[in-house]
Structures are given as structure tokens and as C-alpha cells.
Ligand binder design. Structure first.
Ligand SMILES: Cc1cc2nc3c(=O)[nH]c(=O)nc-3n(C[C@H](O)[C@H](O)[C@H](O)COP(=O)(O)OP(=O)(O)OC[C@H]3O[C@@H](n4cnc5c(N)ncnc54)[C@H](O)[C@@H]3O)c2cc1C
Length: 330
């Protein structure tokens, strides 16, 4: 039976659901074989660092042995340092597969650990079977296609696409916790988070907004977003944008909708001056209704749009705002 090692990440010191999903995935892959989990933590009591009891919490989801690596370096995110510990532990427990969450952080660490270990890595998997080679089904292009892939190596590194499996606790399961202090090389601390800057609070989160008004290259400039912001304000909506906009520096990346931006699921998505590239729509496909405003009636977004206004957004967007004001008697 295979031995599985799971990278169990925490959020603000607490067990996070995405890691529990990865653990559930790893446990099923083990088919009754031993399941180990690696948790990294700073000094006991440090802000946002998991306690030993938190690490033990992974036992309820099937980890029989939790390895708790304590080091001050882990009080911030240092992907090479985590990868070094993960790859070393994979060798020590003779893991057949190393599994982790398909988050930005999880993929970053697993890719580095696999490279150190000289083994293959597949990101964002929704299914896996171990063997020679291991077979995986993984999401590509923001989930718009699934790929069958074979991993040729002695050990498969696999990240699990978020929400591909539901986290499932095991009755009566608990873990032994082995706390240790790893040696961390200075070279593994070159890449690390040194500061966090909170995004300017717009009041409405893009990921959770019921209405999103987005602008694309057609908006033309930073100032061109003023009418988009005005319409969003009237609708109680969040402002989004395409990558063409963030690359042009007209808006921050936190506003970007798409495969490499935020995935949105509003009741209404208003996309003005956006062509509807696959990578953009990968983030907008959760929208219940799409209103496209575009001067090109043949733009790809038209095939996904429920409603469309063909014309110049610089006239149409202010006209919609004026009509809303008129209807409200303002
Ligand atoms: C790996 C990868 C990841 C990517 N990730 C993302 C992502 O997360 N999000 C994303 O958005 N893109 C992403 N992209 C980029 C994507 O492929 C497109 O290049 C991008 O979405 C195009 O942005 P756009 O629609 O604003 O610009 P364009 O494709 O240039 O479209 C502009 C549209 O505006 C219309 N228009 C112009 N002027 C007006 C006007 N006055 N009135 C009305 N309409 C007008 C045009 O007819 C056109 O349809 C990614 C690409 C790659 C390769």
C-alpha cells in the first residue's frame, strides 16, 4: 500500500478547508496505507502560527502522523524553506506521492519541492492513480479543460484543485504529532514575504459581489474608468477589469477577472470593452447573466452574453447611469 505525505497548510494559525480537501484526496490515494502530514509553524505563540493542537487536528481527516516543523522562518511565507523540509521528509518517510492544496502557496511549494527531489509535479489535479507511471486528471486553463497526464518518476508530486473533493473527516481518527526544528539554509530564505500591503478597500469584494461592472482595453485609460466606477456605485457593484487593463497599468491586479485574476460569480456581469478571451471568461463563467457592451458585434464575448449593447462604451455606460438616476428620480 502506498505511503502518502500531505502538505497541510494553515491560515492565520488555523486548519484551512483547502488543506483538509487535499488530505482527504491523499487519504483516498493511500488506500489504507500510511498518511503523513507536514505542518510548518513559527515559534510557539507567534502571531498567526499554528499550535500543536491545531496540527493534531489534521488527524481527524486521516493523517496518522503529523510532522510539525517549527522554525522562526515559518512565521512568514518562505516557499523554498518549506519545499526543502517537504522534499527531505518525503525521502525520510519514503512517500510514493506528495499531495498538497492547489492554491498559489501550495503549488509554489510543491513545484519547488518536486524540483529539489528531481521528481515530476502535476498541479490542480481532480483525480490520481498511483503506479508506474502515476496517472492524473488535472484542470488546465482555469478549469476550462481537463488533461489526462502520466507522471514518470519514483514519487509523484500532486496538488489538488480547490473544491475538487469535499473535506471528509474520519470517525475516531487521530494523529501522533512529531515536532522538530529543521535546519534552514540562508539561500532558502531569499524568497520570502517581507511585508503585506492591504488592498485599497472598495467596500465590495470582487469575488463575492452580486453585480460586477468590468472594463477592458476598450475603456482606453485610467481616467476612462470613471464612468465604469460611477455605474458600479449606482448598482452597488464591484469594479473589475481585464488583463489588458492591468498590464497597461490602468488598474491594480486585484481588480482583474480571469484565469490569473479573481473568479467571480455575480448575478449580473457587465463587461464593457472586453473581447471575451478564454482566459478572461475562465474567471467570469460563474456569472448568472452577462451584459456585453462592445462596438464589435462579432466579439467572442457575444457567444457567452445574455444581453448585448453594440456601440461605443463611452456613450453607453454614462447613458445607463443617467437612465438609472432618472428612474430613481435623482
Ligand atoms: C496565461 C494567460 C493568462 C491570462 N489571464 C487572463 C486573465 O486572468 N484575465 C484576462 O482578462 N485576461 C487574461 N489573459 C489575457 C487574454 O488572453 C486577453 O488578452 C485579454 O483578456 C484581453 O483583454 P481585453 O478584452 O480587455 O482586450 P482586447 O482583447 O483588446 O478587447 C478589447 C475589446 O474592446 C472593444 N472595444 C474597443 N473600444 C471600444 C469602445 N469604445 N466601446 C466598446 N467596445 C470597445 C473591442 O471591440 C474589443 O472587443 C491571459 C492570457 C494568458 C496567455
Amino acid at each position: 500500500m502506498p505511503t502518502i505525505l500531505v502538505l497541510a497548510t494553515t491560515a492565520d494559525g488555523a486548519v484551512d478547508d483547502i488543506s483538509l480537501q487535499a488530505l482527504t484526496f491523499g487519504r483516498r490515494l493511500a488506500t489504507g496505507g500510511p498518511v503523513h502530514a507536514l505542518v510548518v509553524a513559527g515559534e510557539p505563540g507567534a502571531e498567526g502560527t499554528p499550535a500543536e493542537a491545531t496540527a493534531a487536528g489534521f488527524g481527524a481527516y486521516g493523517a496518522a502522523q503529523v510532522h510539525l516543523a517549527r522554525h522562526p522562518a515559518f512565521e512568514t511565507f518562505a516557499p523554498d524553506a518549506v519545499a526543502a523540509v517537504l522534499a527531505d521528509l518525503a525521502g525520510r518517510v519514503a512517500a510514493d506521492a506528495v499531495v498538497g492544496p492547489g492554491t498559489e502557496a501550495g503549488n509554489t511549494v510543491l513545484a519547488r519541492a518536486a524540483a529539489r527531489d528531481g521528481q515530476p509535479f502535476a498541479a490542480n489535479c481532480i483525480a490520481a492513480t498511483l503506479g508506474s507511471p502515476a496517472q492524473v486528471t488535472r484542470q488546465r486553463w482555469g478549469g476550462t479543460l481537463q488533461e489526462e497526464a502520466a507522471l514518470h518518476g519514483d514519487r509523484a508530486y500532486v496538488s489538488v484543485a480547490p473544491h475538487a473533493v469535499a473535506a471528509e473527516a474520519l470517525d475516531g481518527s487521530s494523529a501522533a504529532v512529531d515536532a522538530f526544528t529543521p535546519d534552514i539554509a540562508d539561500a532558502d530564505l531569499v524568497v520570502r514575504v517581507v511585508d503585506r500591503v492591504a488592498a485599497a478597500a472598495s467596500g465590495i469584494s470582487l469575488a463575492e459581489a452580486k453585480v460586477v461592472v468590468s472594463g477592458g482595453r476598450g475603456v482606453g485609460s485610467t481616467d476612462g474608468f470613471k464612468p465604469i466606477e460611477e455605474l458600479a456605485s449606482l448598482l452597488g457593484a464591484a469594479v473589475g477589469c481585464s488583463r489588458a487593463v492591468t498590464i497597461s497599468g490602468w488598474r491594480s491586479h486585484v481588480d482583474q477577472v480571469g484565469q490569473t485574476g479573481t473568479k467571480i460569480a455575480p448575478n449580473l456581469y457587465i463587461a464593457a470593452g472586453i473581447s471575451g478571451a478564454t482566459q478572461h471568461m475562465a474567471g467570469a463563467k460563474g456569472a448568472k447573466k452577462i451584459l456585453a457592451i462592445n462596438k464589435d458585434a462579432e466579439a467572442p464575448i457575444m457567444s457567452a452574453a445574455d444581453y448585448a449593447v453594440i456601440g461605443d462604451l463611452h456613450q453607453i455606460v454614462p447613458a445607463i447611469s443617467a437612465e438609472i438616476r432618472r428612474a430613481r428620480g435623482a
